[in-house]
Design a protein around this ligand. Sequence first.
Ligand SMILES: [Zn+2]
Length: 444
Amino acid sequence: MSGKTDRAMKTAKDLLAFINASPTAYHAVIETRNRLNNSGYKELNEEDEWRLEAGGKYYTSRSDTALIAWQMGKQPAWESGIRLIGAHSDSPGFRIKPNAAYTKAGYLQFGIEVYGGPLIASWTDRDLSIAGRVLVEKAGTIQAMPVWIKRPILRIAQLAIHLNRKVNDEGLVLNQQQHIPPIVTLSNADEVVDRQSVINDIISEELQVQPENIVSWELELIDLQPGQLGGLKDDFIFSGRIDNLAMCHAQLVALQQVKKTPAATSMMVMFDNEEVGSNTAAGGASPFIRHVVQRVLESGKRPDHAFQRGLAKTFCISADGAHAVHPNYAEYHDSQHQVQMNGGPVIKHSARERYATDSDTTAIFKTLCKDVSVPVQHYIHRTDLPCGSTIGPITATNLGIPVVDVGTAMLSMHSVRETCGSADSAMMIKVLQRFFEKEDLWKV
Ligand SMILES: [Zn+2]
């Protein structure tokens, strides 16, 4: 198997540590902040004046679920542009409804809503819990606190086969209102529950605050099984949220590994809400990226039109999952574009512009791979199947800059338990680091 060196396995374990620390986008941003703080990055608030210095390392976040981190280049940013990498912090799953608690047939249950496009059946009969963020009244102000309950308090139970005889032939069909609310505990069916206090009691106990001080929350269902290496020879990673925490991790590690300050500014972005279309304040379609990029390009002494001049030298790699060929469903993949796990980064193409890749951006990414002796693969969706999209086309539209959509190969995208190759992260990081450090992207 190619590329499964000691270094690659070390990277795979670090990726697992990152994912296992990040049950939600909110926690992924906390983990990223911690790692940035430990490597000399300084937090900036959007409301403050920024004094950016050559070589300086900074980050800022929005809505606590989107984050942009960058290292200023040696040259003024407008002069050499920004090397930008983007990924998304959110994963498909379920959100708890505001008035969630109700009793039915002797159980206490929570109403939940589907977030994005999860493979819903994969969430059944698993050890589930709750994580997210809670706003708490503390000393006269409202403060956000992360919450993560590490006991399996919820279950989406399947119907027994004896009551659903056709399930193995017809598949598990779940009505999203009726069949997915998890059971929480046993309860007298006639018991009148206070719909909000049930949840507030659970979180207040976890956070050691008074239930009446809880003002609001955003809570998700999470799977408690940690990600791990798998397969006979540890070829795989079995985990939730590989889409897209694997790429959040890869861009972060690449940024941290940048050695001498390059001429151009190096930047990574974690956008939220990709799984629901990116049209939010923290999503890829928001002006967040433009606001930060503009401030960076216009920092210090600058000529007229520094923003536009800098953008003209800015290039973006949008990194997200790619579909590896599935041996049991090989016919679902274009026969000439069957990408393999541990086969290196994948460039994603789409004539319908579901991916932003074009011949220029392909040339640059391919050359980066060649520079560091990493193999590269090409993915295209079957022509008769609608293709997914990602933040690449959105960023290209938002900033008007060249973008290449890439990713690492994975199976079961949007399952609660996805699979990717254990050697791919290290290869991707090598290429992303090269992207940050290479002086002239057009040089071969
Ligand atoms: Zn994704």
